[in-house]
Design a protein. Structure first.
Length: 309
């Protein structure tokens, strides 16, 4: 499996390179990239999620979905606690951005393409549970962390997001076994197929706007990426392996979502609340590039732990 992850992440790196070239040659502007990002987040990702529910009802799927919800909530709670232990507050340090980046992953942009490539619709089906918990936590704890104030109105807005709506409609069609007409299913299938290239190209354009030489000189970026991409995922992997009754697809889906690079949302929230968005973008860039190496390593380490524990 590690070799499959490596192969898929290399493909994603190439697609990211295409995005960088498009940005450097002015084929895609910063403004256009924001629109493309919205398109991926509000149209393409929800379609991928919804289509994962267009599958035959099996009690095993329901059991694993509920299990994924519970484990995802426990994992995110544990990671938040770990972030406060590993990232200490210090004068002049962007503690909030570093904690946010060490907790929240790009589970939509990076997680969906990877899980879809390995486990196909069933993997994405389980990933929706992680994404649901992620959205609830990031729009509460995440917003409070970056903004410095409690804004629980955001919690209500979460339920109106295209992602949550897609999950809700998907669950209805799954339990009621409502199948889309062939023409509509095929049309949505075409949209589903552009998820990976679109997401990676958008990431590439974002990376192209980062000052790479400056980024390479900041050792704190390496520290945060080490936490997010290796240390915390390996810590999470141990109980996931030790707990009995968890299927490999569920375990690895949660692990891949957790080990994905830092969330681009940190940059967006930093811009919104007047934080250091440049630093947030640098962590996102470094994490995205390094994840090509770290994701296969985490999967390999988990496979090794499974054998010895």
């Amino acid at each position: 499996m590690a070799s499959t992850i490596l192969y898929k992440t290399v493909i994603m790196l190439i697609l990211i390179g295409v995005g960088v070239i498009c940005a450097k040659t002015k084929l895609i502007s910063e403004t256009s990239n924001k629109d493309l990002s919205k398109f991926v987040l509000q149209v393409v990702n929800p379609v991928v999620i919804f289509m994962s529910y267009q599958t035959e009802y099996r009690s095993e799927l329901v059991k694993n979905l509920l299990l994924t919800f519970v484990i995802s909530a426990a994992v995110l709670g544990a990671v938040i606690l770990l972030s406060y232990g590993f990232v200490r507050g210090k004068q002049g340090r962007e503690t909030e951005i570093e904690r946010f980046s060490s907790v929240y992953s790009n589970c939509g942009f990076m997680g969906i393409p990877l899980v879809d490539a390995i486990y196909h619709e069933e993997g994405v089906f389980y990933l929706t549970a992680f994404i649901t918990v992620f959205n609830l936590v990031v729009w509460t704890h995440g917003v409070i962390l970056i903004s410095g104030k409690k804004d629980f109105k955001q919690v209500v807005k979460v339920f109106y997001s295209p992602t949550i709506i897609a999950i809700f409609l998907g669950l209805i069609t799954f339990f009621a076994q409502i199948k889309l007409p062939s023409a509509l299913a095929d049309s949505l299938g075409f949209i589903k197929e552009i998820n990976t290239p679109m997401a990676m190209i958008v990431s590439g354009v974002t990376i192209a706007g980062t000052n790479i030489p400056k980024m390479l000189k900041n050792y704190r970026i390496y520290y945060v990426c080490l936490l997010k991409l290796l240390v915390i995922p390996v810590i999470i992997a141990v109980p996931l392996v030790l707990l009995g009754g968890i299927e490999e697809k569920v375990r690895m889906t949660i692990l891949i979502a957790s080990a994905a690079p830092p969330a681009a949302m940190c940059t967006l929230l930093s811009i919104r609340y007047g934080r250091n968005s440049v630093y947030a973008s640098e962590i996102f860039t470094a994490g995205t590039i390094l994840s090509v190496v770290t994701l296969p390593l985490v999967v390999k380490a988990t496979e090794y732990l499974t054998k010895i524990l």
